[in-house]
Design a binder for this molecule. Structure first.
Ligand SMILES: *Cc1c(COP(=O)(O)O)cnc(C)c1O
Length: 231
């Protein structure tokens, strides 16, 4: 657990991103920091926003919608990163800019149908069960292509890329392995769907952020290292 203030922690994470990008020859501007603010009060998001943070990730719809209301004066880009049941898709389609973690066509169809017409297409990432853990959500790697092809036909969806939550790896090398698989999957998807804006690999959390960046992550989802350990 980090003991600094939110702003100090945020700046430390930013420095780690820059250092990691410099070490592996990537442009730090190509990595978006998504601050995962689940269970945190609205004031914590406001503090991070005051230090320039714009992307926030939430896992629980009701909680997120309450914070949206409390922070309606801020220009936040809201990402839904939790599991999404089909009876909750309308709130996600109406209240968020991004939904990570889509792993069924039915969910994508509902999000597309429920996306308000005056809003831009909803950005989505398909969640991949990259290390084939049982009981974990996410589409199997060999099924990504057919799901992506069907999702790409939906009118109010922008298919941006892939997302994963691999099991924690012990070593940097063990952490990189699933992330490298993800990068290869995205490359393959780009070749079969050249018309889609497939520019996103949403991967890397507090414990494996560097391994994800080294493997090509474009969005890292960081909670603990910014806001402290969750209770
Ligand atoms: C909670 C969560 C995170 C952040 O994890 P930390 O280890 O706290 O950085 C990232 N992604 C998802 C999907 C999460 O649920």
């Amino acid at each position: 657990m980090r003991k600094g203030t939110i702003v100090e922690n945020l700046n430390a994470v930013r420095e780690r991103i820059v250092a990691c990008c410099n070490a592996c020859g990537r442009d730090p501007a190509a990595v978006t920091l998504l601050a995962v603010s689940k269970t945190r009060p609205a004031e914590d998001l406001r503090a991070a926003y005051g230090a320039g943070q714009r992307h926030f990730g939430e896992n629980y719809l009701q909680e997120a919608l309450e914070k949206r209301e409390q922070l309606a004066d801020l220009d936040i880009c809201w990402h839904f990163i939790g599991p999404l049941q089909s009876n909750k898709t309308r709130a996600a389609a109406e209240g968020f800019h991004w939904v990570h973690g889509v792993d069924r066509l039915k969910i994508a169809q509902r999000l597309s149908a429920q996306r308000p017409r005056q809003m831009p297409p909803l950005n989505i990432c398909l969640q991949v069960n990259i290390d084939r853990e049982q009981s974990k959500s996410g589409v199997a790697p060999e099924e990504v292509e057919s799901l992506a092809t069907a999702v790409a036909r939906l009118p109010n969806i922008a298919l941006r890329g892939l997302m994963a939550i691999p099991a924690p790896g012990e070593t940097a090398e063990a952490q990189r392995w699933p992330f490298v698989q993800m990068a290869e999957l995205l490359q393959r998807l780009r070749r079969c769907l050249p018309d889609q804006p497939l520019d996103t690999l949403s991967m890397g959390m507090s414990g494996d952020m560097e391994a994800a960046i080294e493997s090509g992550a474009t969005i890292v989802r960081i909670g603990t290292d910014i806001f402290g350990a969750r209770g």
